[in-house]
Design a protein around this ligand. Structure first.
Ligand SMILES: C[S@@+](CC[C@H](N)C(=O)[O-])C[C@H]1O[C@@H](n2cnc3c(N)ncnc32)[C@H](O)[C@@H]1O
Ligand code: SF4
Length: 401
């Protein structure tokens, strides 16, 4: 990465006034070759200070949701008071990184509930940012297909999590399976009919013992829906566990022959049906499930794009410190709907209590100020030590993918 946080670039005027002195300058961003692999921009050498600006933003455009997923922390506790990110806060944040390569428009909540979402996407697309979000797919309606395409959205990731209605209900808490399958299928057909090449639609299945054997059926379902890309997503959970997000449901550390067989069968079906299946990162799903061993020093340390890849074979952490090569605090910033800066998109799933790992407040501080604040530097220092911050402690260990 060539850019550094140095001379501020000219910042477009925020759409609404920011608190005095808080937005001092735009943070320049490096041009990156492939926004989908933004995490590779950060090199091996890392220290408490991030020399380069972030290349990716996660913006929780809302923390509201219409589902009660058994894997999701928001089903079990109120993480912050219910809110959408308002337009003023949104522009205040993104205007400080006008050249940001990639913006993910979800946090813990359903982005398609947000009335301003299309405007937010267009605002970012007008400056050439790669934009995507995960959605539960319940709010995709034929009447909104063209408008969604017209935003210029690059990727639409539908978290389906099951291949049949009963499993869906068990994992996602509400009986929306048939509707989502129907409407996502209609959307893909609409794209084909109208020649729309974006957004790229993919289906996501969180890897759990309860549903992994459905993978071959998930591939067939995707093919029937016209979706060509499916991803296994790591199950992330905290020490205590909640709902289905707990060690007992995790595939990692205990991948059985049947689970490996399901993955192999799914890949075979996928090859025949033209559906790609991956662990959403840099490796094949089976490899990412296996515990890292001396014989396979990198297995288990690859990641999903939802939880971006940041451990690579060329940069091995010590066997007992899976967090050691994490690059997230050097490559991305995450803001909740209230403007709270969190270290990454995994933290809300892996540790309780935002207060324990809040790194700043975008309503009061500039992004530049947050990025190398005492809190951020302390976080990075801890991450590079033998005693990582709480959300990082099990990173790479307590993920199933
Ligand atoms: C929190 S949701 C927010 C976006 C949207 N509501 C959705 O469901 O796609 C973001 C992603 O996290 C996934 N997810 C939920 N619980 C998870 C867990 N415990 N571990 C890993 N991913 C999880 C969801 O399936 C979804 O793909
Ligand atoms: S995973 Fe997504 S859809 Fe499910 S409760 Fe969480 S935010 Fe809502």
């Amino acid at each position: 990465m060539s850019a550094t946080i140095s001379a501020p670039a000219a910042s477009p005027a925020p759409a609404s006034p920011a608190p005095a002195g808080s937005v001092s300058a735009a943070m320049p961003a490096a041009g990156i070759a492939d926004p989908r692999r933004y995490f590779e921009e950060v090199g091996r050498e890392r220290s408490a200070v991030a020399e380069a600006p972030p290349v990716c933003l996660y913006l929780e455009v809302t923390n509201r949701c219409n589902l009660l997923c058994e894997t999701c922390p928001r089903t079990f506790e109120e993480l912050e008071p219910p809110a959408d990110m308002d337009w003023a806060l949104f522009t205040r944040i993104v205007d400080q990184v006008p050249d940001i390569a990639r913006v993910v428009l979800h946090g813990v909540g359903e982005p398609m509930l947000v009335a301003e979402l299309p405007r937010m996407i267009r605002y970012l697309k007008d400056r050439g940012t790669y934009v995507l979000f995960n959605t539960n797919g319940t709010l995709l309606r034929p009447s909104g297909f063209q408008a969604l395409i017209d935003t210029g959205l690059d990727e639409l990731r539908v978290s389906l999590d099951a291949a049949d209605r009963a499993s869906y209900l068990r994992v996602r808490g509400r009986d929306f399976f048939d509707r989502i399958v129907r409407d996502v299928g209609k959307f893909v057909a609409f794209q084909a009919r109208t020649g729309a090449t974006t957004p790229r639609v993919s289906l996501w299945l969180t890897g759990m013992k309860e549903t992994v054997e459905q993978l071959p059926a998930f591939v067939r379902l995707a093919a029937e829906m016209g979706v060509r890309e499916i991803h296994l997503q790591r199950l992330v959970f905290d020490e205590a566990g909640y709902g289905l997000a707990r060690a007992g449901s995790s595939l990692f550390e205990s991948t059985q022959a049947e689970e490996q067989a399901a993955i192999a069968a799914a890949r075979q079906e996928g090859a025949a049906l033209g559906v790609t299946l991956d662990a959403s990162g840099a490796t094949e799903p089976g490899l990412s499930l296996r515990r890292r061993t001396a014989e396979q020093p990198s297995a288990g340390l690859v990641s999903a794009d939802q939880t971006p890849v940041d451990q690579t074979p060329m940069d091995q952490p010590p066997m007992d410190q899976p967090w050691a090569t994490c690059r997230r605090p050097w490559s991305l910033m995450y803001f909740t709907a209230h403007g709270r800066a969190l270290p990454c998109c995994i933290a809300p799933f892996s540790a309780r209590g935002y207060g324990n790992y809040t790194l700043g407040d975008a309503t009061q501080q500039s992004l530049r100020g947050i990025w190398n604040s005492d809190a951020y530097r302390g976080f990075r220092t801890a991450l590079l030590s033998d005693a990582p911050p709480a959300p990082c402690r099990n990173c790479g260990l307590r993920w199933s993918l």
